[in-house]
Write a protein that binds this ligand. Structure first.
Ligand code: MN
Length: 225
């Protein structure tokens, strides 16, 4: 049984970037439906007793799609903040090192989002060797499957921006850039700043920073029985 995590902000907290109506639909209808659908699909199966991360790693087809969409949306809410922030510390140094500058990262990120064909997600990730990369994933796909650590993500499915921006994905992405939760991204980066190959499984090692990240993201997802 997987539960819907709470929104980390009020429904109108991101206005005018994202309207209350968008959040109500996106969180209240789309994200909620993925949770309900997944629980329906896994009822009475081996997946019912697994964590969300374990389901994503193990399943295919509709179970994977719904589980991955739950993670992706939970991560998306955590990626945004009402007030403009900037990256700090090690993450800022790493961005300058791997992209050249914040401006170049912004340019690459927005370009990736605009050029993604159809529905999907645009991520800043730390790949297993430590490099920062912009990663595009189609539909429900998630960089967790490739053992990448996400730092933030933008949902570029049309349902994420159509009410507020109609078909103008570029305008949505540009405003998204001003609402990135760099505090969360910097913290995640610091917590996973080591050279160990970090995988999605097993997730029982409390000293594994990736497991800690997933645990934090999965608050309430554990089966309590
Ligand atoms: Mn969405």
């Amino acid at each position: 049984m997987i539960t819907l995590p709470e929104l980390p902000f009020e429904e109108d907290a991101l206005e005018p970037f994202l309207s209350k109506e968008t959040i109500q639909y996106h969180y209240g209808k789309h994200h909620t439906t993925y949770v309900n659908k997944l629980n329906e699909l896994i009822k009475g199966t081996e997946h019912d007793k697994m964590s969300l991360a374990a389901i994503i790693s193990d399943a295919g087809g509709p179970v994977f799609n719904n589980a991955a969409q739950i993670f992706n949306h939970t991560f998306y809410w955590k990626s945004m903040t009402p007030k403009k922030q900037a990256p700090t510390g090690k993450l800022l140094v790493k961005i300058n090192n791997d992209f050249g500058s914040m401006e170049k990262l912004k340019e690459k990120f927005i370009q990736a989002g605009v050029s993604l064909f159809g529905s999907g997600w645009v991520w800043l990730v730390r790949e297993p060797h430590g490099q920062l990369m912009i990663e595009k994933t189609q539909n429900a796909h998630t960089p967790l499957s490739a053992h990448m650590i996400p730092l933030f993500v933008c949902d570029v499915w049309e349902h994420a921006y159509y009410i507020d921006y109609r078909n103008v994905r570029l305008a949505y992405l540009s405003e998204f850039w001003n609402h990135i939760n760099w505090e969360f991204a910097s913290k995640t980066y610091d917590n996973t700043d080591n050279d160990i190959f970090i995988g999605i499984e097993p997730c029982n090692d409390i000293h594994d920073p990736f497991c800690q990240l997933l645990d934090e993201l999965q608050d309430g997802d554990r089966v309590t029985s």
